[in-house]
Design a protein around this ligand. Sequence first.
Ligand SMILES: *Cc1c(COP(=O)(O)O)cnc(C)c1O
Length: 367
Amino acid sequence: MTRTDDREALIRRLVRPAVQAMQAYHVPPASGMVKLDAMENPYPWPGELREAWLQCLGDVHANRYPDPTAGAVKERLRREADVPDGAELLLGNGSDELIQLLGLALGGADRTVLAPGPGFVMYRLIAGFTGMAFHEVPLRDGDFALDEGAVLAAIAQHEPALIYLAYPNNPTGNAFDDAAVRAVIEAAPGLVVVDEAYAPFCGRTWMAALADYDHLLVMRTVSKMGLAGLRLGYLAGHPDWLEQFEKCRLPYNINVLTQVSAAFALDHADLLHRQTEALRAERGRLFDALIARSRLTVWPSDANFITFRTPAGRARSIHASLREQGVLIKCLDGSHPMLGDCLRVTVGTPDENTRFLDALDNALASV
Ligand SMILES: *Cc1c(COP(=O)(O)O)cnc(C)c1O
């Protein structure tokens, strides 16, 4: 055993400074809570479907490596997402792993990742540990719209290797104006990833535009449509680009249980689509209910969550009060200068949303 100060000195000497400077991604405990913090689909599968799924799993050979191409899953994802002919798919252990793969393939100190902010935290985090500079362009204050002029100016100044546009954006919930997105794609000197994690709740997509732009990549995940536990994301784009990224993908990154389960679930995609429809309807009800609470500022959402602002200085105590009442949502206060006093709630079942609204009313009345 080394002495504590020796160990700490060795850590400081050996662990890369960029990693030492990072904060680990924190996931709060949620056992027994109404869980409305992570954009999960709240609906389980009906009994007979679970039985059929378990049958499929019974045929899995856990002693063998999985299909290295995950061909059966890819074919179903292509169909599910209407991937145009000519585009290929790269699969990741969640889209988070795809973001990491892009960093590994493109990374280097003279390389910049550009993204609007407030945005998805993993873009910055992964740029950090894959050795890329990260430049954030502020969204428009007030409505979180993409500031086309500011993005174009930042592109000219920083010549980013990679631009991320989350469409709809997390944590603001809006899908950016299409003309502004197109202008960014056309001005980009490197790659543009349109991250469509919330596509099932939006109805608009850039998938078909892959046919127009070789430097465009569209990223999707099955997480938000109801399969978060499987960890499966996919990147659609030109085969020449994907061929390079494939080299950084570890073999067998999509395990056999995920492959079989995702293929099974996508064969029953209508169920997931019906659940998504129900969540969109609930989003409308939840939005109306939040808007009716006049002390809140609420932003419209194209995703399965709603971000809102509490009265000044109250977000953290309201968040804590909700937690004490058994409802877990996300506190955004302090995470970004434009998100002061903001909270984000995932759309749950009608019952969960009602419990959230009741708990919110208690919190607003009591603190
Ligand atoms: C949730 C989310 C993802 C991550 O999806 P996983 O496939 O679960 O890793 C990617 N992008 C955005 C914008 C998200 O909100």
